[in-house]
Write a protein that binds this ligand. Structure first.
Ligand code: NAP
Ligand code: HSE
Length: 429
């Protein structure tokens, strides 16, 4: 191969536009570390006239026909940045089968078809890299695959969705409503074009599937990630959490329990002393607990054109180096372990429960009886008057199993006068 690495870019949107920008801005450094000139030669777009100015600036030929990329023998790497499942999946599969290396930031696709695509890449002796798919600009996948390869990871906690972290920060710090905060996140460009996946925790679940694969070598199905978004959080929950010494954040959690793992995405109460508490606005962070390093946290921007494109270009640099060394065709993550999911009796946690109960004698006693009959004890209790006939009762508990949490929830729901408003997990310090 010559000293040129030619890229066929699919999509010139937010991240797609950032890739030629980064390649151009850091051209000399990239050439020095790879010994190659990496350039986008052709880009697939839907409307050529719309992207003409950009294409001219970076000397990129535009096409609306994917065949012009897949059949171009001068193109060595396909960078997929159109997003979603189809036609991205077909385009990537065809590129791998045609012997082209692939880089993508598509977490939706990797969380659902990552194993299949990684096998296809290996079968065709080409590379498939996707650093930008998790936490945008934070080099977390390469850190787990390379720098922590010698370590034994026990737990991964992540704030991996910028939109919801931004919204919750604004709801907590500026008492903004859910609707106001979402509108701002959309205007600032953090949210997906349809923000459903952001607010319902699905985007974070995609990222936790990929992180679990890197941290524990397991292929977790999306349906096995218990996923809860932020729609049900009320300003009362935000205030109550504050009173109890916590802040509500959407947390992705992947935890090893014996030989199994439990993966979850949900709003959780984060203690003010936990490092994840300092992660505000659209920033992302991944907190890792491992036996060698101990606690470590990786922090940075999880979205945006330049941070995400920088991760995409880091993948291109890795491919260029692999080509030079003759080491292409190895998996991004070669750690592979039998996938086993923990059952509800093995997964422990503290919980927050918020109820409306009748404002009359004996309600706290009744609640205490229900919890103690399930062998659960309270850690903190707050009772607050609401409208004169009802009282808001909020409790946090000591650690219990998920099975106990489900059992007590059922018992509470059997009491017609008790209205269970929300249950959230409480992170340990
Ligand atoms: P985007 O701004 O919507 O850009 C996607 C581009 O792809 C648009 O220009 C779109 O064209 C084009 N496109 C879509 N389907 C196409 C097709 N069939 N043929 C040709 N072009 C097509 O999205 P993005 O934010 O750059 O995201 C790209 C990928 O990166 C996604 O997988 C996303 O999840 C991932 N990602 C994004 C971020 C971020 O900060 N934005 C961070 C991490 C990962 P039109 O303009 O005509 O619609
Ligand atoms: N919508 C995503 C977020 C973009 O808010 O984190 C980055 O994946």
């Amino acid at each position: 191969m010559s000293n040129k690495l030619n890229i066929g870019l699919l999509g010139l949107g937010t991240v797609g536009s950032g890739v030629p920008f980064i390649l151009n801005s850091h051209k000399e450094k990239i050439q020095q570390v790879t010994g190659m000139e990496i350039q986008v030669t052709k880009a697939l777009v839907r409307d050529e006239s719309e992207k003409e100015r950009q294409a001219k600036r970076f000397d990129i030929a535009l096409t609306t026909d994917y065949n012009e990329i897949i059949n171009d023998e001068e193109i060595h790497v396909v960078v997929e940045l159109i997003g979603k499942i189809e036609p991205a999946k077909t385009y990537i599969s065809q590129a791998l089968e045609a012997g082209k290396h692939v880089v993508t930031a598509n977490k939706d696709l990797l969380a659902q078809y990552g194993a299949e695509l990684a096998s296809l890449a290996q079968k065709n002796h080409v590379d498939l890299y996707f650093e930008a798919a998790v936490a945008g600009g934070i080099p977390i996948l390469r850190t787990i695959a390379n720098s922590l390869a010698a370590d034994n990871i026990q737990k991964v906690l992540g704030i991996v969705n910028g939109t919801t972290n931004y919204m919750l920060t604004k709801m907590v710090a500026e008492s903004k409503s859910y609707e106001e905060a979402l509108k701002e996140a959309q205007e600032l460009g953090f949210a997906e074009s349809d923000p459903t996946n952001d607010v319902d925790g699905i985007d974070a679940a995609y990222k936790m599937v990929i992180l679990s694969n890197f941290a524990f070598g397991m292929n977790v199905n999306l349906k096995d990630v218990e996923t809860q978004g932020i729609r049900e959080i009320t300003t009362d929950d935000v205030e109550m959490a504050k009173k109890l010494g916590y802040e509500l954040k959407l947390i992705g959690s992947s935890e090893k329990i014996g030989e199994s793992i439990a993966v979850q995405v949900a709003p959780m109460l984060v203690p003010l002393t936990h490092p994840l508490h300092s992660v505000k606005n659209e920033m992302n962070a991944v907190f890792i607990n491992s036996s060698g390093v101990g606690e470590s946290m990786y922090y940075g921007p999880g979205a945006g054109a330049k941070p995400t494109a920088t991760s995409v270009v880091s993948d291109l640099i890795t491919i260029a180096k692999n080509i030079r060394l003759g080491t292409t065709g190895y998996r991004f993550n070669s750690y592979n372990y039998e996938t086993k999911l923990a059952n509800d009796n093995e997964v422990y946690g503290k919980y927050y429960f918020a109820f409306d109960v009748p404002d009359k004698k004996g309600q706290l006693l009744l609640l205490t009886k229900i919890f103690s009959s399930t062998d659960i004890s309270f850690e903190q209790v707050i009772q607050q008057k609401t409208d004169g006939t009802t009282a808001r009762m909020v409790v946090t508990t000591h650690a219990m199993t998920k099975a106990q949490m489900k059992a007590v929830t059922e018992k509470i729901q059997e009491v017609p006068e008790f209205h269970l408003l929300n249950t959230f997990k409480v992170l340990e310090d």
